[in-house]
Design a protein around this ligand. Sequence first.
Ligand SMILES: Nc1nc2c(ncn2[C@@H]2O[C@H](COP(=O)(O)OP(=O)(O)OP(=O)(O)O)[C@@H](O)[C@H]2O)c(=O)[nH]1
Ligand SMILES: [Mg+2]
Length: 303
Amino acid sequence: MKFSLEKLKFGLFKTKENLLGRISQAVGLHKKIDQELLDELEEILIKADVGPSTTVRIVEGVKKEATKNKIEASEKVIGLLKDQVTSILTAGETSSNDLFSPHVIMMVGVNGTGKTTSIAKLAKDFKDQGKKVLMAACDTFRAAAGEQLEIWAKRVGVEMVKSMPNQDPASVAFDAINSASARGLDVVIADTAGRLHTKVNLMEELKKIKRVMGKALSGAPHEVLLVIDATTGQNGLSQVRMFNDAVGITGIFLTKLDGTAKGGIMIAIADEFKVPVRYIGLGEKPEDFQKFDPVWFAEALFT
Ligand SMILES: Nc1nc2c(ncn2[C@@H]2O[C@H](COP(=O)(O)OP(=O)(O)OP(=O)(O)O)[C@@H](O)[C@H]2O)c(=O)[nH]1
Ligand SMILES: [Mg+2]
């Protein structure tokens, strides 16, 4: 995928309006960085879904830096804010660019967050890098799920291991990994079910898929990506907690950042869980996503 700051800025448009737009307004009303301005900043960040504890940490950081460096002019507050946000987002990052062979990725998340679409995006990206990708239809719960994945597999031109309705999803994962190993394929991406109403069963099912993947290939899955819909705001935090407790997530794919003003959730996630956001979804098409880069993200948000 080609990185484009313009595309990122465009995708973050509403979040930016909500955040930078209001901050600029507040800055216009104050000459100096004083307590009143800091209080207003706090309110703006909380309204942008940055979350209370992360907001307090950011505002305190801004205050400390301003005092330490004797920065008084109110317009400088935006740069200070950008630095704080960058450092929070960077702290959550770990570099894990090693690809195993086959590299097994398990996608999890509550229903409708964008798992299947995001799998198509990743698959296309790997394919564009010359890798051979196999999708595994481990959502055997919802009848149409397999068909939906198959449409994407065809559209982006990768292979897929199908499943029967109600087949044990772990067995689908097992077969897919064995087949990929035998045929020397590079990447396996497993789609999983996301139903909400039977949380306990779902978590047990996901644990089993993960366990069985490890039996098919020691070390698999190499990545467990949690798909979070940015428009759900603070609820995303409890989803991180829930899935992390059950299957130990290695990264987050934050979808639907386009068209939401709630992108601040990303900062709260990075601060509270230290789980890196790896990708962001900026639209419905396979090319509408980017690898997450904290520096560029802060740049797109605050300038
Ligand atoms: N605007 C926008 N829409 C997205 C994005 N990612 C996914 N969607 C849309 O979100 C809807 C749900 O996407 P799916 O991929 O089917 O979600 P899912 O998690 O697989 O859903 P279930 O299989 O029902 O659990 C679809 O209409 C997608 O087009 C994104 O980054 N931006
Ligand atoms: Mg799906």
